[in-house]
Design a protein around this ligand. Structure first.
Ligand code: IMP
Ligand code: MG
Length: 179
């Protein structure tokens, strides 16, 4: 019999807020031109919304777009192929683009998105994630702005899900089953 499930907190709301403000300051120091934020759905929606507000407080005026990508899965293992479920509407030509996602793991999703936007003529493409799992990269892709380097655990909350649940949590944690 499986026991009750609870989420053990890894990064609380106050820590996420503080890191997001610091990331916005780092992004402002980059001095991007005609900045377009491209948030990768679904997982980044909460982080992107908080980061946009923090960018306003940091004195920058980004526009925002959304791209919905999905990795083909073989069971729970990514096959490495990425499919566009919904594309951006604005032109990216000659713009500085900030790709925003929840978590950088194999790097396949963000490498695909970065290559796509560069091929469409973006002036530059930088990557911002709230979490990065060190040592998990399958392709060469580094994030330019990272909230936290996280342990190799399956995390949920703050937009991230397991089987479509837990996205609503205002903190990030690990699902545990109580004995
Ligand atoms: P990758 O970097 O292409 O392997 O894929 C990263 C994507 O996989 C993220 O955008 C998440 O949607 C998902 N993902 C990877 N690790 C986790 C996790 O620990 N919890 C929830 N989603 C995850
Ligand atoms: Mg995702």
């Amino acid at each position: 019999m499986s026991g009750a499930r609870r989420v053990r907190e890894l990064y609380d709301e106050a820590s996420i807020r503080a890191r997001t403000e610091a990331l916005a300051a780092e992004i402002a120091a980059w001095k991007p031109q005609n900045l377009l934020v491209v948030a990768v759905l679904k997982g980044s929606f909460m982080f992107a919304a908080d980061l946009m507000r923090a960018m306003h407080r940091a004195g920058i005026e980004p526009q925002v777009e959304f791209i919905h990508l999905s990795s083909y899965l073989d069971g729970t293992v990514s096959t490495g192929q990425v499919k566009i479920l919904r594309d951006v509407e604005s032109t990216v030509e000659d713009r500085d683009v900030l790709l925003v996602d929840d978590i950088l793991e194999s790097g396949r999703t963000l490498a695909f998105a970065k290559d796509l936007l560069i091929a469409r003529g973006a002036r530059s493409v930088k990557v911002c994630v709230i979490l990065e799992k060190p040592g998990k990269r399958a392709v060469q892709l580094d994030a330019d702005f990272v909230g936290f380097h996280c342990p190799d655990l399956f995390v949920v909350g703050y937009g991230m899900d397991v089987a479509h649940s837990y996205r609503q949590l205002p903190f990030i944690g690990v699902v545990e089953t109580e004995a």
